[in-house]
Design a protein around this ligand. Structure first.
Ligand code: KIV
Ligand code: ZN
Length: 526
């Protein structure tokens, strides 16, 4: 072998070793009930994923709504390095809409899918094997008119007859698909079984060596990550996953777990990803904040306790030699010691550099707004921590376009009762004030909101957690409302729990107002 052919072989091996990370937080993740994100939130998450080195961002399902289309299109315009992907069912309208949405991307992908299992064919689609086969050919061929980068998924692949699966995969490859995804849609497979399936497809389907094989595993049996890793061992080179494992039902394979398993167990998984792992913690917090899905305390990699050592024996071991109980460093996933940042005397320049350190790149107006709110917080709170600043900035972005805003709130609480709230709201530019009582201060506050904005939405979730330690910590409040099947969420952080509660509730209502208007417009258009 000559030096140059050796070099080439090494480069090819390097590429072979790379695992392509396909993030579907904004599509499969957003599909899970209650995890809806606003347009601004989606752009914020996409920007972070792009900066973090995600190879492909599945930005949405463009045909699903005007909002989905617009956010995919805007993300396609803004993405710096990630490929931007739009999802489409196997029909012309879906594919054309996805093609239109990804058009502005430097690199765009269409991901088209159809159910292939007997259950999906018969009960969901009402199509025969031949009809589904025909749809595969038509959809992939049509998608190739928009882009050379077409992914095809056999939905419910793990419950599809093997011979038939081979037939449709081959048809997709012949029609021009460049990535073949083998989803475990219902999270049914076991790791050995999934390994076998990918291995057998590789040897049975002509052309399989010319495409990228992808995994898409759901977590119904808690095996999504294990199955995805089994897929890699069998030859898959793209993993579909989401931040915090968000997704339909029990969710998808968690991106942070896949990436850190590959990094930590390089001895058995000799691969690499392009992910900047120091951003994982920040990504987890952002997605949790915008979706109002709390991260379980003992969640691998990004849970609050993932690097905490409580028992004496463990603490003793870690002090003597950190590797006794830690298989990766907290710094490698971006968990630093909660650091005291600044107080009320800190200036704009220091604040800006802190934001940069935390991974935020705000425009001038957003920076000015965040700085003013930081000053207000520093006036109330002696110690301002990194977590406080993250909550403050995320809150600013989340509330940028709210139509309803809390202007003032005074609450009388305590043993004497009745607890009373006096509330002023800005309702689409008009200021209105009411007073209301309730069974406790939160109830009184929410009753006041109801008086000003009458609605029948049911309060599905009201959750409070402290952003940091200490009695002056900011309270982060999440609220989820449901009205006629429409689910909306709101969140807010403030040292005053009641102010945060009122703002979170009003933010959720703001989204509900927008959703109601969209439904009305859609009905008028029909
Ligand atoms: O779970 C699934 O099969 C999907 C497809 C659209 C890939 O989400
Ligand atoms: Zn899925």
């Amino acid at each position: 072998m000559t030096a140059s052919s050796e070099g080439k072989a090494a480069a090819v091996a390097g590429e072979q070793d790379k695992i392509i990370i396909f993030d579907t937080t904004l599509r499969d993740g957003e599909q899970c009930p209650g995890a809806t994100m606003t347009y601004e939130e989606k752009l914020q998450v996409a920007e972070l994923l792009d900066d973090m080195g995600v190879d492909i961002i599945e930005a949405g399902f463009p045909i699903a709504s005007e909002g989905d289309f617009e956010s995919v299109q805007e993300i396609a315009k803004l993405a710096k390095t990630s490929v931007i992907c739009g999802l489409a069912r196997a029909n012309p309208a879906d594919i054309d809409r996805a093609g239109e949405a990804i058009r502005p991307a430097k690199r765009g992908r269409i991901h088209t899918f159809i159910g292939t299992s007997p259950l999906h064919r018969q009960h969901q689609l009402g199509l025969s094997q031949d009809q589904v086969h025909e749809r595969v050919i038509q959809s992939v061929t049509r998608a190739r008119n928009f882009t050379d980068d077409v992914e095809w998924s056999a939905m419910d692949a793990t419950r599809t007859e093997f011979e038939y699966l081979c037939r449709v995969v081959e048809a997709a490859i012949r029609s021009g698909a460049t990535t073949i995804n083998i989803p475990d849609t219902v999270g049914y497979a076991l790791p050995e079984e999934y390994f076998e399936l990918i291995s057998k497809l590789k040897t049975s389907v002509p052309g399989m060596d010319k495409v990228v094989i992808s995994t898409h595993c759901h977590d119904d049996l808690g095996l999504a990550v294990a199955n995805s890793l089994a897929g890699i061992r069998a030859g898959a080179r793209q993993i579909e996953c989401t931040i915090n494992g968000l997704g339909e039902r029990a969710g998808n394979a968690a991106l942070e777990e896949i990436v850190m398993a590959i990094r930590t167990r390089h001895d058995l998984l000799p691969h690499h990803t392009g992910i900047r792992t120091e951003m994982l913690s920040r990504a987890s917090k952002l997605v949790s904040a915008v979706t109002n899905f709390p991260v379980q305390y003992n969640k691998a990699i990004v849970g609050r306790n993932a690097f905490a050592h409580e028992s004496g024996i463990h603490q003793d071991g870690v002090l003597k030699h950190v590797e006794t109980y830690e298989i990766m460093t907290p710094e490698s996933v971006g968990v630093g010691k909660s650091s005291l940042v600044m107080g009320k005397h800190s200036g704009r320049a220091a604040f800006k550099s802190k934001l940069k350190e935390l991974g935020y790149g705000l425009g001038d107006n957003a920076l000015e707004d965040a700085f003013n709110r930081f000053k207000a917080l520093a006036d109330k709170k002696k110690h301002v921590y990194d977590e406080d600043i993250e909550a403050l900035v995320d809150e600013g972005v989340a509330h940028m376009n709210d139509r309803l805003k809390v202007v003032a709130l005074t609450v009388i609480a305590g043993t004497m009762g009745p607890q009373t709230a006096t509330l002023t709201l800005d309702i689409e530019g008009q200021s209105k004030t009411v007073q209301s009582t309730g069974n406790g201060p939160v109830d009184a506050t929410f009753n006041a909101i109801k008086q000003l904005i009458p609605h029948d939405a049911r309060l599905d979730l009201y959750q409070v957690h402290a952003v940091t330690e200490g009695t002056d910590a900011q309270a982060e409040v999440s609220v989820r409302l449901e009205e006629d099947g429409r689910i909306v969420t709101g969140r807010s952080a403030d040292p005053d729990t009641l102010v945060a509660s009122a703002r979170a509730y009003v933010a959720a209502l703001s989204k509900l107002v927008v959703k109601r208007q969209k439904t009305a417009q859609a009905q008028q258009a029909v």
